[in-house]
Design a protein around this ligand. Sequence first.
Ligand code: ARG
Length: 262
Amino acid sequence: MKKAVILFMTMILLAGLLAGCGTSEEDKTGEKTDDNKVLVMATSADYPPFEYIETGKSDDIIGFDVDLAKAIAAKLGYEVQVKDMDFGGLVQSLKSGQADFVLAGMTPTEKRKKNVDFSDIYYTAQHMIISKKDSGIETLEDLEGKTVGVQLGSIQEGKAEEINEKVAIKVENRNRIPELIQEMKAGRFDAAIIEDTVAKGYFENEKDLKGFTISDDPEEAGSAIAFPKNSELTEQFNKELQAMKENGELQELVVKWFGGEE
Ligand code: ARG
């Protein structure tokens, strides 16, 4: 009786070990079974509520984009692995095959379209000039002679250059959005250009900051999903995105992360 139990347990143990071997071998060769397909999503997790880490709570990257990616991927039978990097490196991560797609509140510009493909726009936004409440900056003209911070590689960088053609400003860039906020608080930047949705989030915690929007085209700073050129995923993702727009699932995510302003 005792022997039988031991034998039985040994068999279970062995089976477990063998199964374990199997999976680790698969991982090594990079082979993926059908029920465990993983897509790598690259992002720049400095952009609440799109993608960020809630410091003090966990190391997980959360946000609207992460939820959207997981929802679409799940419908297509994939799991998502999120990879954090600086915004300026995202397009390259697709070109070099480090990631399968990028969700980072990225705007589908003509320039980027030369290197990557985009889905349709899933969320629209506008540029906002933010500064300290006592900065005296109320209009674009007030920026004359001021130091303005932007994220490296973002379309806000281009916007700053555009402004600079009309009003002379000094443009400075940083890799991460929180750095822009810090530089402003420290008095090294007079203002920064950030998209309105993200800026609004900062206003909640940074009571001495204010801002005003400057673009009139709602799609100017809109967000889309980026893929390597000619990826099969573009079409597949876009179809699911369309479906989510129609069945209200996208709106549910908007309400969850942006408070349903749209
Ligand atoms: N929409 C802007 C762009 O495409 C800014 C996006 C910044 N995203 C981020 N995760 N930091 O350039």
